[in-house]
Design a protein around this ligand. Structure first.
Ligand SMILES: Cc1ncc(COP(=O)(O)O)c(C=O)c1O
Length: 356
């Protein structure tokens, strides 16, 4: 009986036809059976390999979703401009999709971001505008500046990734159905952390509907985010403490995307950075999978969910992006020591921290 759970779910199926450009290459990512964690829990623990999207992350789906939605609603016409406030993967996804579709792409970001990120977006053809890093409440916050700039142009949109529900809808229409099909409808649990909430809300909604409420959907939350306390307190508290080395996840409010699903979330897990960093190394050593810290947090969360559900269950999570964008930190001894995380890595795996 258990052997059935230890076997890979499906071999990857390939479409027989060529896809039409970058945008059609988004999605249809493999669902990877994580052998070590599955064997330790007696469950199938599966990771959706979103790092295999052509722009390198789960945010390619959201980028395509918000632009396609604007096109369908007639909000942007050929030759138009796409404006967003983002410091990370969404900007990369938007820059790629804009090139593929012939739009101009303008990205506002806090000026605290690394030169590497600025350079990458510029290489992808985006007009990058670093602005002073001020709180969301301040009208000069990078998100508000993006919105205000878009209003000054003709034929331009602010894609508004946090509150534009076309983001969650992209996952409802693609990521959710793919997971359902790849597990042949046998998915007992889905868990991931949230930034905009698009992935969790879109996938969660689809799986809940398809399973008639049977699939448990849990949220994983890093330190410094309010969502764990929000779910645990039944929506009463938004407490936050500490901060996290993870990027792209953690939130101080219920975004519109998360709001479409927040009342259907069954439980929350809080995952400390020490566990996430250790999992970056464990996944590399035992599975050969090179993932960033938000993905590693998701894998820890899927492992803990599987332990709580007990043997015989199938639990799915999201491998959001690769470690390539963070390797100068995640594999640097100096950085790990500075963050107090070097000793979180098991002794036998410290050999992977090859950078000084
Ligand atoms: C690396 C990474 N992980 C996870 C997420 C969270 O995804 P979502 O915005 O769908 O909640 C993001 C979002 O930007 C991200 O960049």
């Amino acid at each position: 009986m258990l052997n059935a759970f230890r076997r890979p779910v499906l071999a990857r199926s390939f479409t027989s036809r060529a896809v039409n450009g970058f945008t059609e290459a988004i999605g249809n990512t493999p669902l990877i059976y994580l052998k070590g964690l599955s064997e330790r829990t007696g469950c199938r623990v599966l990771g959706k390999a979103e790092f295999q999207n052509p722009g390198g992350s789960v945010k390619d789906r959201a980028a395509l979703g918000v632009i396609t939605d604007a096109e369908e609603k007639g909000r942007i016409k050929p030759g138009g401009t796409v404006v967003e406030g983002t410091a990370g993967n969404t900007g990369i996804g938007l820059a790629h999709v804009c090139r593929a579709k012939g739009y101009r792409c303008v990205i506002y970001m806090p000026d605290t971001q690394s030169q590497e990120k600025i350079d990458l977006l510029k290489m992808l053809g985006a007009d990058v505008r670093p602005v002073p890093a001020v709180a969301y409440e301040n009208p000069k916050n990078y998100n508000h500046q993006a919105r205000d700039f878009a209003k000054t142009l003709d034929n331009a949109i602010w894609t508004d990734q946090f509150d534009n529900t076309a983001n969650a809808n992209a996952h409802y229409k693609s990521t959710g159905p793919e997971i359902w099909e790849q597990t042949e409808g046998k998915v007992d649990g889905f868990i991931c952390a949230t930034g905009t909430g698009g992935t969790l809300a879109g996938v969660g909604k689809f799986l809940k509907e398809k399973s008639h409420g049977k699939t448990q959907v849990w949220i994983a939350d890093p330190p410094g985010s309010v969502l764990y306390s929000y779910i645990q307190s039944g929506g009463k508290l938004t407490e936050r403490s500490g901060g996290s080395i993870t990027e792209g996840i953690g939130q101080g409010r219920i975004t519109n995307n998360l709001g479409t699903f927040v009342n259907d979330i069954d439980a929350a897990l809080h995952i400390a950075d020490a566990k996430s960093i250790s999992m970056v190394y464990e996944m590399l050593d035992s599975e050969g999978i090179y993932i960033g810290a938000s993905s590693a947090l998701n894998v820890v969360a899927a492992f803990e969910m599987a332990q709580k559900l007990g043997p015989g269950h199938t639990v799915v999570t999201v491998l959001c992006d690769g470690a390539y964008r963070y390797q100068s930190r995640l594999f640097s001894k100096k950085w790990l020591h500075a963050k107090g995380l070097y000793d979180a890595i098991p002794d036998g795996l410290k050999k992977y921290a090859v950078l000084d």
